[in-house]
Design a protein around this ligand. Structure first.
Ligand code: 4AD
Ligand code: MG
Length: 445
């Protein structure tokens, strides 16, 4: 429903009173005696009708897609089969043009359908106009709602929200994807993950989470990599690996429930992703070593990046991971990755030191949407991990102190919001699930 108070409450109809409505022209249809305007104000749409004398007071220069207007008239109920939004229309008796818009075919606004390549260069240059389209706007609303669903669910679970810094001096996920920033007379990076900071407040706040930007200087262009993305991260204290996996299932399912509770979001999801099925718990659990075997067993085998069959220690590359997830076609917890291909802070599996208590959650169509693990608890072990990774331990004194001052079994994860949405809303790329995507070669608008 359009936001104007008289219209929203239906007061106008009840009283048969004259109402005033402001918005922009979303669609325009001119016939001999009648002009139909679909007005939008970002909240909803209203069909407006200009008839008789009024239709002779303007020309193509006056009304175009995007033109902002204030309209006055009487609000009428119309039969459902007339397909007017909310089965209502405004019979206009007077209007004012607030801001005109260029007329003609090159206006990129609501004409951009989701069938069109929203990620081609010209669409990306005109992202500010593309965002006026129905499809992009609905996706942004779904995103806002999903973020709210995370906040609500964590709140219900009694997790405390914190706001760690974006300017940092420590890497979390490897030196190769760090963005450097000059910081007065020092060097700094844009954060890759808030995980280490979340760990520092477990003793005082209990389970914590944050929804912040993370930055990665990804040097490849893929469907699912951004330079700047929204990272939903949580850290849980006094848990074991099984608890971590159960919590992950729960948060994902509860967030989906909260999104689907909203009828507008549910309808939109149905349109975008008609075969969407809420994931069933428990998610499939699959060890890295079993995944390697699974990939090699396919006919033909799904190969590694060098074109060979996989061996223990290989990274499972994006393409192979997605093939596997698409074939299995349900959420997968891929666990127990080898120590050497995972981050320095991950806890080793007590029953097999070659692997870590780590998990990636893989979703059909996207692959990895979550990365998480249990964290190393011991001081000596952590010092050795710094050494192995070539990390200067002195910069991490505050992180190391967590092991000195009352360590605990704890773990957590990070979920890429854009990837979560790409999976939920069946998007080809994460570029359509954020407002203004940033990736190598693009830093505008
Ligand atoms: O697997 P990652 O690198 O894990 C971490 O950063 C952990 N420190 C998180 C933690 O335990 N608190 O990243 C986590 C998730 C990935 O699964 C993916 O969904 C998303 O962040 N992600 C990206 N999304 C878009 N573009 C990128 N370049 C991304 N890199 C990671
Ligand atoms: Mg990862």
């Amino acid at each position: 429903t359009i936001a104007n108070k008289d219209v929203a409450l239906g007061e106008g109809e009840k009283k048969g009173a004259r109402v005033k409505v402001s918005g922009r022209i979303h669609q325009l249809r001119t016939q001999k005696q009648v002009t139909f305007i679909t007005l939008t104000d970002g909240y909803g749409q209203l069909q407006c009708l200009l008839q008789g004398e009024l239709t002779r007071t303007y020309d193509a220069m006056t009304f175009a897609l995007g033109t902002s207007l204030t309209l006055y008239g009487e609000l009428k109920k119309v039969p459902e089969d007339k397909k007017a939004p909310d089965s209502r229309e405004l019979h206009v008796d007077y209007y004012e043009v607030i801001g005109s818009s260029p007329s003609g075919e090159d206006a990129i606004t609501n004409k951009v359908s989701h069938a069109q390549n929203q990620w081609d260069q010209s669409m990306l240059d005109n992202r500010h106009l593309v965002l006026r389209g129905d499809h992009a706007a609905a996706l942004m609303k779904l995103r806002a709602h999903t973020e709210w669903a995370f906040v609500k669910t964590y709140h219900d679970m009694k997790f405390v929200k914190v706001a760690p810094p974006a300017l940092v001096q420590t890497q979390v996920e490897g030196g190769a994807t760090l963005f450097n920033v000059p910081y007065y007379d020092e060097k700094a990076f844009l954060t890759q993950s808030s995980q280490l900071y979340l760990e520092t407040v477990l003793p005082s706040l209990g389970n914590v989470y944050c929804i912040e930007k993370s930055f990665r200087a990804e040097k490849s262009l893929t469907r699912r990599h951004l330079s700047e993305y929204t990272h939903v991260e949580a850290e849980l204290d006094f848990i074991d690996f099984a608890d971590l996996l159960e919590h992950l299932e729960e948060i994902i399912c509860r967030v989906i429930d909260a999104v689907l509770e909203d009828t507008e979001m549910a309808a939109f999801l149905k349109e975008l992703n008609p075969t969407f099925q809420k994931p069933q718990r428990p998610f499939l659990r699959m060890k890295y070593s079993d995944a390697i075997e699974w990939l090699n067993k396919q006919d033909p085998p799904i190969l590694n990046e060098e074109g060979n069959t996989h061996v223990f220690g290989d990274d499972i590359a994006e393409a192979a991971e997605r093939r596997m997830t698409d074939i299995i076609n349900r959420p997968i917890f891929l666990t127990h990755f080898p120590t050497e291909i995972k981050a320095f802070y991950m806890k080793k599996d007590p029953s097999d030191a070659r692997v870590t208590e780590s998990v990636d959650c893989l979703m059909p169509g996207v692959g990895e949407i979550v990365g998480g693990s249990m964290r190393m608890e011991g001081y000596e072990e952590l010092m050795a991990a710094y050494e192995r990774e070539g990390i200067p331990a002195k910069d991490y004194y505050w992180y190391t102190d967590q092991r000195k001052y009352g360590t605990s079994p704890h773990g957590g994860y990070g979920l890429g919001l854009e990837r979560f949405l790409a999976w939920l809303a069946n998007q080809h790329t994460v570029r359509t699930t954020c407002l203004y995507p940033r990736f190598m070669g693009r830093c505008k608008p």
